[in-house]
Design a protein around this ligand. Sequence first.
Ligand SMILES: NC(=O)c1ccc[n+]([C@@H]2O[C@H](COP(=O)([O-])OP(=O)(O)OC[C@H]3O[C@@H](n4cnc5c(N)ncnc54)[C@H](O)[C@@H]3O)[C@@H](O)[C@H]2O)c1
Length: 247
Amino acid sequence: MNGKRVLITGGHRGIGRAIAEAFVSAGARVAIADIEGAEQAAAEIGHGTVGVKLDVTSADSVAAALGETVEQLGGLDVLVNNAGVEAFGPLHELEQDDFDRLTSVNLRGPWLVYKHAVPALIDGGGAIINIASLAGLVAFPLLGAYSATKAAVVRLTEAMALELRDLGVRANAICPGFIDTPMMGRAFQEWEAATGTPLSDLVVAGQGRLGKPEEVGALAVYLASDAGSFVNGTAIALDGGMNIRRG
Ligand SMILES: NC(=O)c1ccc[n+]([C@@H]2O[C@H](COP(=O)([O-])OP(=O)(O)OC[C@H]3O[C@@H](n4cnc5c(N)ncnc54)[C@H](O)[C@@H]3O)[C@@H](O)[C@H]2O)c1
């Protein structure tokens, strides 16, 4: 990835942070764009990493962040749409505000960032990686609205790949199972509160263990690199085999 310029949304912690570190280790120049902590994370990672303030729910913020990123990095080769939020609860009990928050961050957010990134990406080829979820491939109880936004991200990814293929830009989605991040910490608490059973039971039965953020980072680098040049328009489950588990 030497010299490649990479923008990662939601990169200050969790999966986004590990993706940023993986790209930096592979020789890329990275911009971390986050609603909080971007500059601090960039300073901690070093190697010319820049921090950009970004709220993916605001078109003005997205436009400003993309302008700043392209200026600071001198262009853009790779976009990683990673910023995301969760909400737990049975669909019929979910509040409308939660549903709207999920769609504006998880679905409209990646589309808005993509819309503003494409002119820069087309300038020099490039790759798009959308962080969807295993919950975007199959529904999970208590995560119904979240699952729907992530399924939509998989469809968006296919459309991006189709529309940009002739311009030399690839788009793929990564669908992680349960990964050890702050979001997962919240999930453990919410799940147990709602069901009375530990989420770790489901994790161990389905995946054997929690996934590591670095494992998502390694796949993202592969998908963006020349080694992944024949992979386009697909959604890859990264879940220790959870998706093929039946019953
Ligand atoms: N952790 C898991 O098990 C898991 C599994 C599948 C998919 N995912 C997805 O991976 C991505 C990262 O999740 P994580 O577990 O690292 O979560 P996390 O909560 O630890 O980190 C999410 C990041 O997104 C940022 N963010 C939130 N709202 C934002 C906004 N409006 N604008 C810009 N940035 C914003 C946060 O500040 C944070 O840095 C999410 O899209 C999530 O849905 C996570």
